[in-house]
Design a protein around this ligand. Structure first.
Ligand code: DOR
Length: 423
């Protein structure tokens, strides 16, 4: 006799609108339909059940930057926002540029992370690209074709050579493309003028021209329609470029400082007109503390925390009937998993049981209720739909504010050759 499921979620609304029970065994969805008996039963009460989010652009910090975020606080923040897989970016201190630094990052995450995770390798002239791929890097980048926080710009000649090296591996390369003018960065409007949307679009086209035939390019955090229209390959947009403009902040307020910059309200609204073209929504979760963000503008680090609010803000837009639920699931879960060559979480038999249950009513974002060490959010008061229960690999990881404390798993990249390569 086949053993029954370990866990049963009764009576939930699936992404396609069906109401069913979801059975989970050995970390995987085993059955959808009328559920069997199980050791653990969750009453769904017709709540929405969605696959966990795969946030392919998260800066977890940690190490010497643990004041900003740790894997422990950042992964709690991810789970409380329905994200069950985060992909950590390599512009850490120290940068993830070779197998030993990759291994150290992996061990730090394995000790602390409560959600599943992947780790990207750096694209810089001193990076051991092939070694990082064999060590299990998920993808390469965020590649800084323009300088940003903790990321030095890679010149175009060096970038072209690195793209040629990555091409035979078949790995995805993610790009931060911008043009940065010289000038004193004194306010949000000046920040926007020094890193314009048209400059971003030019940089996107120039980097696209460096890409060897067949190379998989992914443009990170495109902030305006000019850049989106100039891009080839896959396109990522962040919640902050969808929900925020610099006009929503006082001009001297460093909390709105991010690269690429927040644009005008008019430009922000136009980004929504490209919803169908956007492949991925990723948070670019860049936790800098409240006190750092409140400093004098020129010295304020760029970046906005957002892993916890990304899916909740998008679901509120779904509840307001501005976008479809299917498009949100695609852009925050199935498409990033596919681009990264990962098994997608999902509400179908055989999928990893990374699942989240959502209530029927939005509630306003309360920055004090969020879990990032950054300790602030630019989305205060905006409607959001936060999950109340989240499963990671079939286990309850988050239940109405409580975390089980179970560790998440490292999801190795496609080039991983096993632990012997690390030694
Ligand atoms: O504003 C940003 N901050 N943009 C990036 O691309 C990097 C990020 C960070 O690492 O803090």
């Amino acid at each position: 006799m086949t053993p029954g499921p370990d866990l049963l979620i009764k009576n939930v609304t699936l992404p396609d609108g069906r109401i069913a029970d979801v059975s989970v065994a050995d970390g995987v969805v085993s059955h959808i339909g009328a559920g069997l008996r199980a050791d653990i039963v969750i009453e769904g009460n017709r709540r929405l059940c969605l696959p966990g989010g795969v946030d392919m652009h998260v800066h977890m910090r940690g190490g010497p930057q643990s004041e900003k975020e740790t894997w422990s606080s950042g992964s709690r923040s991810a789970l409380a926002g329905g994200v069950t897989v985060v992909i950590d970016q390599p512009n850490q201190v120290p940068p993830v540029r070779n197998p030993p630094s990759f291994q150290a990052r992996r061990e730090e995450a394995e000790r602390e992370s409560l959600c599943n995770f992947g780790i990207n390798g750096a694209v810089r002239p001193d990076a051991d690209i092939e070694g990082l791929w064999r060590a299990g890097a998920t993808a390469f980048g965020e590649t800084f074709a323009a300088a940003s926080s903790y990321g030095e710009a890679v010149g175009y000649d060096a970038l072209a050579a690195l793209l040629r090296r990555i091409r035979p591996l078949g790995a995805l390369v993610t790009i931060h493309a911008e043009k940065v003018r010289e000038g004193q960065d004194v306010s949000l409007s000046v920040h926007n003028a020094l890193r314009t949307g048209t400059g971003e679009a030019e940089a996107v086209s120039e980097v696209a021209n460096l890409n060897p035939e067949g190379g998989a390019l992914h443009f990170c955090h495109l902030s305006c329609i000019h850049a989106i229209d100039a891009a080839c390959g896959s396109i990522e947009v962040t919640p902050h470029h969808l929900f925020l403009s610099y006009e929503m902040f006082a001009d001297s307020d460093g909390r709105g400082k991010v690269n690429p910059p927040l644009r005008s309200e008019k430009a922000r609204k136009k980004v929504w007109s490209r919803w169908e073209r956007i492949d991925v929504i990723a948070s670019d979760h860049a936790p800098h503390t409240r006190s750092e963000k409140n400093g004098a503008f020129p010295g304020v680090p760029s970046g906005i925390p957002g892993v916890e609010t990304m899916i909740p803000l998008l679901l509120a837009a779904v509840y307001e009937r501005r976008i479809s639920l299917a498009s949100v699931v695609e852009k925050t879960s199935s498409t990033p998993a596919r681009l990264l060559g990962m098994k997608a979480p999902g509400c179908r038999p055989g999928c990893r049981a990374d699942l989240a249950l959502y209530p029927e009513e939005p509630r306003p974002v309360d920055p004090d209720a969020l879990h990032s060490r950054a300790g602030w959010s630019p989305y205060a008061g905006m409607p959001a739909v936060f999950p109340d229960i989240v499963l990671v690999s079939g286990d309850i990881a988050f239940d109405n504010g409580d975390f089980s404390g179970n560790r998440g798993a490292w999801l190795p990249g496609r080039g991983y050759l096993g632990d012997h390569t690390q030694k």
